[in-house]
Design a protein around this ligand. Structure first.
Ligand code: NAD
Length: 355
């Protein structure tokens, strides 16, 4: 049995990791999360009653609170997912991205190092600091067949991806300089249940169900490689528990899609699942509206995920078809989770579960 700290465990991917650990393993979890607008304790409802689940509301920039939590919990693994994660917000307000993604990662590295140095040598050898990052650090792919590998040079385009690139560099430096046992993963776009409705897939599903416009950036030809979030959670657990110190793994869905095609798939699934449409809507796809493109918008991301398959035997279980069916159905069946975000009550529900 292991003791695992998950930072950002109330977010989209973090909560999937926590649900996976509590439901599929005997490990104990401490979630450390500031509960920004993106943190939602309702995403942890199904595991929060477990006596192996613990939560502390902490900003990762707050080193004293971090040190106290780490020392009290005595983790074998720290999985670091806490971040500001939305590219559009990073263009409007880059400073919180620098604070959390750069300064916050630095703070967590420092406090992890202080803790790690005090462990006995067996525990030091087994300890892992797993930094969860994004394929956006590699920038834009221009050729249609190019893929990001673990050795692709970094070339971030947005304040978000630049801040994540900075945090990856810090993690490598703390390994190289101080021997902190780190591993890094860089993943492609995730989709699935509990995704905050500012991101393209939940936004389109929820707007369509309300008969609102479906805003597609530019010409909608931007290509992303989509991975079902529960496949990502399994990959992350595997890397955190099995990967060799110092390794980096790219994680992807082998599933490149143009943004406009993703929106069309959502419309098609909604025609099947919810044929009774809002007043005035003949077909969901009629709601598609092209809007001014995001500045600096990367055209194509695509991952070569062969290394994690060869080393650790991981490959995604869901196809885009099965994953999208599950995702669209989840948003139809979990209106309350979405309603609570819309009316702000998800923030009020923070009282009660925190222990
Ligand atoms: P998210 O925005 O849904 O969740 C982020 C979580 O971090 C929230 O619970 C938030 O409250 C918490 N947080 C933010 N600032 C904090 C701070 N200062 N201190 C403590 N907690 C804080 O993000 P996500 O989509 O779940 O992404 C998780 C990680 O995975 C991020 O590091 C992101 O860069 C990376 N990633 C995301 C994707 C994707 O498609 N969503 C793809 C690849 C990598």
């Amino acid at each position: 049995m292991m003791k695992i700290i998950v930072t950002g465990g109330a977010g989209f991917i973090g909560s999937a990791v926590v649900r996976y650990i509590i439901e599929q393993t005997d490990d104990e979890v401490l979630v450390i999360d500031k509960l920004t607008y993106a943190g939602n304790l309702e995403s942890l409802d199904q595991v929060s009653k477990s006596n192996r689940f613990h939560f502390k509301q902490i900003d990762i920039c707050d080193r004293n609170s971090l040190a106290k939590a780490i020392n009290e919990f005595q983790p074998n693994i720290i999985m670091h997912l806490a971040a500001e994660s939305h590219v559009d917000r990073s263009i409007d307000n880059p400073s919180t991205f620098i604070e959390t993604n750069v300064i916050g990662t630095f703070s967590l590295l420092q406090e992890s190092l202080v803790y790690w140095k005090k462990l006995d040598s067996d525990k030091q050898k087994c300890f892992r600091f797993h930094h969860i990052s994004t394929d956006e650090v590699y920038g834009d792919l221009h050729g249609t067949d190019d893929l990001f590998t673990e050795t692709t040079p970094y070339s971030p385009s947005s304040p978000y991806s630049a801040s994540k690139a900075s945090s990856d560099h810090l993690v490598r430096a703390w390994h190289r300089t101080f021997n902190l046992p780190t591993v890094i993963t860089n993943c492609s776009n995730n989709y699935g249940p509990y995704h905050f409705p500012e991101k393209i897939i939940p936004l389109m599903i929820l707007n369509a169900l309300e008969g609102k416009p479906l805003p597609v950036y530019g010409n909608g030809q931007q290509i992303r490689d989509w991975l079902y979030v529960e496949d990502h959670a399994k990959a992350l657990y595997l890397v955190a528990t099995k990967a060799k110190v110092g390794e980096t793994y790219n994680i992807g869905g082998h599933n490149e899609q143009k943004n406009i095609d993703v929106v069309n798939i959502i419309c098609k699934l909604l025609e099947e699942f919810v044929p009774n449409k809002p007043d005035g809507v003949k077909y969901y796809k009629d709601l598609i509206t092209y809007v001014t493109d995001r500045p600096g918008h990367d055209q194509r991301y695509a991952i070569d995920a062969s290394k994690i398959y060869l080393d650790l035997g991981w490959k995604p279980q869901e196809t885009f078809e099965t994953g999208m069916r599950k995702t669209v159905m989840w948003y139809i069946q979990n209106k309350q989770w979405c309603e609570h975000i819309k009316d702000g009550s998800y923030a009020r529900s923070r009282q009660g579960i925190i222990n």
